[in-house]
Design a protein around this ligand. Structure first.
Ligand SMILES: [Zn+2]
Length: 288
């Protein structure tokens, strides 16, 4: 039998994962609905001692939720909801009930991300203590002949600032560092303790001849000033690892890992900070 004190403790304990910290956490990996891909992914994650946030379409939830549960040391479920779907709150409830810890990748909204119309979505995510991965910046156009109501302007990285401030218990991850609004992305991350970014997509390819460029974006390491938050670690620790594997192309996982390592080494980021970028930061957030 449990004492009421013990029950209270459990109620307020939050999440604690029952396995050791993995070497790598990938904050951005898309499930394509193919169980053969899932098998290959699990093999690769075992080799890398990795844990991946698996972006899952609502139609694939029932097919994959048992695998996510079964491989809790390798997969963390994320619900790839549409902000404008009429049943979006119900979808969030479904993902939460299945033990999914986050939402995303959120993309292609009809309104700006920070439009008040989406407040109920963010309130529901906050209630569940979810992490939200937002696409930011330039987005692909895969079917140029088909009209689509998509606008990069609604996914500007600066729209995340207001969401993070209004919903302080949500952890926001911006995908792609706002490409090409890198400076804005870093500045809003500097002041919002609940905003992080991944560097997946074309940015680390575009900048491959100029990786030290990122020192001018993540500039505030060790700075003491009334105009900067106190006691911050390396500014680069606002970055987390994300591969943006999609469409089953698992090879991108290794290519992206290599680009991250090259850039961070070129910028002289310490091994301690790199350990947080590749795993520690998200591990602490998952165990909150
Ligand atoms: Zn994206």
């Amino acid at each position: 039998m449990m004492s009421s004190g013990r029950i209270l403790l459990l109620l307020f304990a939050g999440f604690t994962l029952a396995f050791a910290q993995p070497k790598l956490i990938d904050a951005h990996l898309h499930y394509n609905g193919d169980s053969a891909f899932l098998k290959r992914l699990l093999v690769r994650l075992d080799e890398a001692d990795g844990l991946a946030f698996l972006m899952t379409d609502p139609k694939d939830l029932d097919g994959v939720k048992d695998s996510v549960k079964q491989h809790a040391n390798r997969l963390v479920g994320f619900g790839e909801i549409q902000l404008d779907a009429p049943d979006v709150l119900h979808q969030i409830d479904r993902f939460h009930t299945a033990g999914f810890r986050g939402l995303g990748e959120i993309s292609s909204p009809r309104k700006n991300y920070d439009d008040p119309a989406y407040a109920p979505v963010y309130a529901r995510a906050e209630k569940y203590g979810m992490i939200i991965l937002f696409h930011t910046g330039i987005v692909n156009r895969t079917k140029p002949d088909v009209p689509e109501d998509v606008s990069v302007d609604r996914m500007r990285v600066t729209t995340l600032d207001n969401i993070a401030r209004r919903f302080p218990k949500i952890t926001v991850i911006g995908a792609h560092l706002g490409n090409p609004d890198y400076a804005w992305a870093a500045e809003i991350a500097r002041w919002n303790p609940n905003i992080y970014f991944d560097l997946s997509g074309s940015t680390l390819i575009k900048k491959q001849e100029d990786y030290t460029f990122f020192k001018s974006i993540f500039w505030w390491s060790g700075i003491t000033s009334p105009h900067s938050p106190k006691g911050g670690p390396s500014a680069f620790e606002k970055i987390v690892f994300g591969s943006d594997v999609f469409g089953g192309e698992l090879e991108e996982f290794d290519r992206e890992l290599e680009r991250y390592h090259k850039m961070l080494d070129a910028c002289g980021v310490s091994p301690e900070a790199q350990a947080n970028i590749f795993s520690g930061t998200l591990w602490r957030i998952l165990n909150r």
